[in-house]
Ligand binder design. Structure first.
Ligand code: 13P
Length: 251
């Protein structure tokens, strides 16, 4: 099974200004990435400027989140339809959004459904906390997140597996400098694929990225890790040289 290799930079609430976001987008245009699908996920306010900066390139633009409703009284939120013409896809289920906005599996499923209905690709994030890993609950947490999250996405909206990718992001590895090992990532990815298959999806066809303290120094470990198809990169995606090293590792 040949799945696409993908490296996507999640800029989170960075950089500080729109001007810097445009500079970063132009850097990405110049990042050699033959054989790797390259993406950026800027803050929503920067999406229009970044989309313009990347027009005519094959670098894909992603939103960092999307609302589950089509429209309405949801102050501060962005509906999937509003991303048309700006974004190729969206992240949903990032642990920072789950943490700060109270998203649970059902809500992440509803967000993914809304994104699919608007024709967007979806990067569905999941992963266990440190406490869950220490209690030996990693497999159970991942199984639950697939069952109650991905398994609950409206099947008509889900469409074909080509529009869905997963990002295994153990919460303890995000922004901590303490990445998982390649072996830990492979084990989690294998678990996710078997749960996807249990949900009636083709687990072998769905790309799964690793995210959590990926750097230029450790990217090759994940590029070599069985079943890992790419990286969702936070902090290092803001540094041109380091991000280019990460992309090179997956080529
Ligand atoms: P860091 O690469 O900064 O650890 O963030 C990972 C992440 O959360 C990507 O979505």
């Amino acid at each position: 099974m040949t799945r696409p290799r993908l490296v996507i930079g999640n800029w989170k609430m960075n950089p500080a200004t729109l001007e810097e976001a445009v500079v970063l987008a132009h850097d990405r245009r110049a990042t050699p990435h033959e054989g790797v699908g390259l993406g950026v996920a800027p803050p929503s306010i920067a999406l229009p400027a970044v989309a313009v900066a990347l027009r005519g390139s094959d670098v894909r633009v992603f939103a960092q989140d999307v609302h589950w409703a089509e429209k309405g009284a949801y102050t501060g939120q962005v509906a999937a339809s509003m991303l048309r013409g700006l974004a190729f896809g969206t992240i949903v289920g990032h642990s920072e959004v789950r943490r700060d906005q109270g998203d649970d599996d059902a809500r992440v499923a509803a967000k993914a459904g809304a994104a699919f209905r608007a024709g967007l690709h979806v990067i569905f994030c999941l992963g266990e906390s440190l406490a869950e890993r220490k209690r030996g609950e990693t497999d159970a947490v991942l199984a639950r997140q697939v069952r109650d999250g991905i398994g609950a996405i409206d099947r008509a909206a889900l469409g074909d597996a080509g529009t869905l990718a997963l990002a295994y992001e153990p919460i303890w590895a995000i922004g901590t400098g303490e990445a998982a090992t390649g072996a830990q990532a492979s084990a989690a990815v294998a678990r996710l694929r078997s749960e996807l298959t249990r949900q009636g999806l083709d687990g072998d066809a769905i790309p799964i990225l690793y995210g959590g303290s990926v750097t230029g120094g450790n990217a090759s470990e994940f590029a070599r890790a069985e079943g890992v198809d790419g990286a969702l990169v936070g902090g290092a995606s803001l540094k041109q040289d380091e991000f280019a090293e990460i992309v090179a590792a997956f080529r």
